[in-house]
Write a protein that binds this ligand. Sequence first.
Ligand code: CP3
Length: 347
Amino acid sequence: MSYNDNFIKACRKEQVDTLPVWYMRQAGRYDPAYRKIKEKFTLLEICKQPELAAEVTMLPIKKLGVDAAILYSDIMNPVASLGIDFDIVKDVGPVIHTPVRTAQDVERLRPIDVDKDLSHIIETIRILDKELEVPLISFAGAPFTIASYLIEGKPSKSYIRTKQLMYSEPAVWFALMDKLGDMVITYLKSHIAAGAKAVQVFDSWVGALSPADFQLYVLPTMERIFKELSHLKEPKIYFPGVSSGELLPYLHNLQADVIGLDWRIPISVGRERVGERFAVQGNLDPYILTAPMHVIEQQAKAIMDDGMKKPGYIFNLGHGLFPEASLEKLKDLTAFIHAYSHSVLTQ
Ligand code: CP3
């Protein structure tokens, strides 16, 4: 098989004859082969074994027929290099041993040292670069989303401590944003140097902010991150997470190539809000995967018809896959997206 670069072409808004598709969290517990590996090792243990992490990354490629791989890792991995101890607790998520809540806590954070602390991740990328026949997407968590875990100490619904710090101690907040921004820039540059063909910044929880607070407390750091990466030719994706539709009009200065959309906004509306410069990616409601296949296909078709109106569209879910999703349905959905989009795009 020859190298399939439809995903990269779509990121650059070039014409394709078949829509590229990949799924956020495509390596995960819906796959029995992944569950078997997870019986022996935790997520962090897998990440520390480059051969195994590369194998897990590749599981969905052949099985589902997707057009891009996403590095098997977690948004929390790089914070270990800043001196933060954490666990990923089953069915909970990241739990921080000593939350970051004061000026001193922020001061204590070390600059990221990829060579010293994260060489296993670089090695995984190098292995994948040799073996993959589709582009490898690497990723980082965005400063707001990482900060929400560091400050709350665990996943939160209200982000109460995060907002409290942001509003009451802006100097501490911006110092933290600066440090996490530096972390993301250095980390992603090292991934591209090792062979990643695109990068995605996950800001999963930033939709918790009002547009005004997003612009004041978060956007400057996001603009800096993408500006610092803008000299690199590899496409850059910003995913502003769930419920982020009202934030989209403020992204026009971001030097990213693609914006990820969640399912609460139609593709064409999202496109209009971010502006013509960007390609867009998304946005099937992942929980529709519990529906009968004809319902899934009907919804996927409507999204594709909207997305294919212009070049620069990548099919994905509006958020990550969940453990109860069906491997068979995902495989059928991927084949359906390829067949249907090919029939329309080659008309
Ligand atoms: O997409 C992929 O297949 C690549 C791997 C990947 C993981 N985490 C592995 C993982 C990616 C891209 C992430 C990103 C990530 N991690 C995000 C951003 C994406 C999103 O969903 O919004 C966030 C918020 C996290 C933090 C995190 N890690 C959470 C909330 C959880 C869920 C806890 C649970 O048990 O449901 C994790 C754990 C995690 N990271 C799992 C995987 C496959 C599931 C648990 C496991 O298999 O060990």
